[in-house]
Design a protein around this ligand. Structure first.
Ligand code: SAM
Length: 368
């Protein structure tokens, strides 16, 4: 009886989300943490239908170029954090970056995503110059930067140099949670401020979170949904948290608290990421939502399940293979096979098996 009542309520929330694209906090919470398989399957089916209505069976590809693993920050969860002495640090030369872009362009890529650790003021000139050179050489391509927090004037320089998009996950919208994941000196308020600046400067802006990260609560995730609902990012990056052996969270999957009581910490991270993709798709039908590398890493079919849940972007790795292993944000991070530029055939075959195809379109999106 009680179960039926709950299922009816969840069905009405699903219906409301599909019709209006918005729910109240408690309504998001009951969908996200539903124990009813039917509810979850309906959520994914609705999101998938909405994605098909907007994009057909096409999935956009972006070439992910990890330009440096040097970072001035010390985020407690991240494998390339400043204090990790067990990795070989690198910064690609301009020539290698341009060679990688050229090669990716020949394969069909029309978006380059330059990602890296936060290098700070000394690297601004280098980033600006390389962005200008890519802009000049590939006028038909989109340039996305994902290089961390900078001054307003620096973001303006990046924009003037030709960058179109910027990815900066807020990681969590709760200041107390943020403080448990980051050292003193890093502030959520500043990250949020940066996101506002990026939007004001006209970047297509992306934000997002790690799902099931240490100390994250159900209410934290609901807070993230509400924040993203208000911020209206063009891109929404969601990936399961995956431990890295050289961090204090190395054994988190063994000792952490699962957010879904019938699942392990790891399985809940996968499951909640998929549910969040679907919820955001219904909130933002045109948004660019990747099936992230972390999703592909945590489960062999994670990428395809992400697409079937409503994701519409995949970001194969175009970094020179000789340094890929050094950009280890978490353990066992995929950077080969279908997750790489060399594995496009494998990627296409995986997509074909679920009825989708690669789109080489730039796939821009802006709100009216
Ligand atoms: N420095 C830039 C920044 O701060 O946005 C971009 C690089 S940062 C390493 C890219 C993203 O990796 C972060 O926003 C974070 O969400 C994700 N990440 C880092 N460590 C992770 C982990 N252990 N598991 C899953 N994702 C992780």
């Amino acid at each position: 009886m009680l179960k039926n009542c709950r299922m009816n309520m969840e069905a009405s929330f699903l219906d409301k989300l599909q019709r209006s694209g918005r729910l109240e906090a408690e309504e998001y919470k009951s969908l996200l943490f539903s124990r009813d398989r039917e509810t979850v399957l309906s959520l994914h089916a609705m999101a998938r239908e909405r994605t098909l209505a907007e994009f057909g069976h096409s999935v956009y590809l972006r070439g992910l170029l990890e330009i440096s693993n040097i970072c001035r920050n010390d985020c407690l969860y991240c494998g390339i954090r400043r204090s990790n002495g067990n990795i070989r640090r690198y910064r690609l030369t301009g020539t290698r970056i341009m060679d990688s872009c050229r090669k990716a362009y020949r394969s069909g890529f029309r978006t380059f995503v330059l990602q890296g650790g936060e290098l700070g003021p000394d690297a601004v000139r280098w980033i600006t110059e390389i962005t200008s050179e890519i802009r000049r050489t590939f006028p038909d391509c989109a340039i996305t930067l994902s290089l961390g927090e900078y001054e307003d004037s620096v973001y303006a320089e990046f924009r003037d140099a030709g960058a179109d998009r910027y990815l900066l996950r807020h990681e969590t919208s709760d200041p107390r949670h943020y403080a448990r994941l980051h050292p003193e000196g890093m502030s959520l308020a500043h990250r949020m401020y940066c996101l506002d600046v990026l939007k004001r400067l006209g970047f297509q802006t992306g934000t997002g979170i790690m799902v099931a990260s240490p100390y994250q609560t159900a209410d934290d995730i609901v807070g993230d949904i509400l924040f993203i609902g208000k911020f209206r990012p063009e891109m929404i990056g969601l990936g399961p948290f995956i431990p890295h052996k050289d961090t204090i969270f190395a054994d988190y999957w063994d000792r952490g608290q699962s957010l879904l009581d019938d699942m392990s910490v790891r399985d809940a991270a996968l499951e909640l990421t998929l549910r969040l993709i679907s919820i955001f798709r219904l909130m933002f039908p045109r948004a660019l939502i990747p099936a992230s590398t972390a999703l592909a890493t945590i489960a062999p079919d994670g990428r395809e399940r992400g697409i079937l849940a409503g994701a519409n972007v995949i970001m194969p790795n175009i970094t020179p293979p000789s340094v890929r292993d050094d950009y280890a944000l978490y353990d066992c991070k995929l950077s080969s096979g279908a997750e790489s530029a060399e594995g496009l055939r494998e990627l296409a075959a995986g997509l074909e098996r679920i009825g989708y195809v690669i789109s080489w379109d730039r796939g821009d999106f802006r709100y009216e």
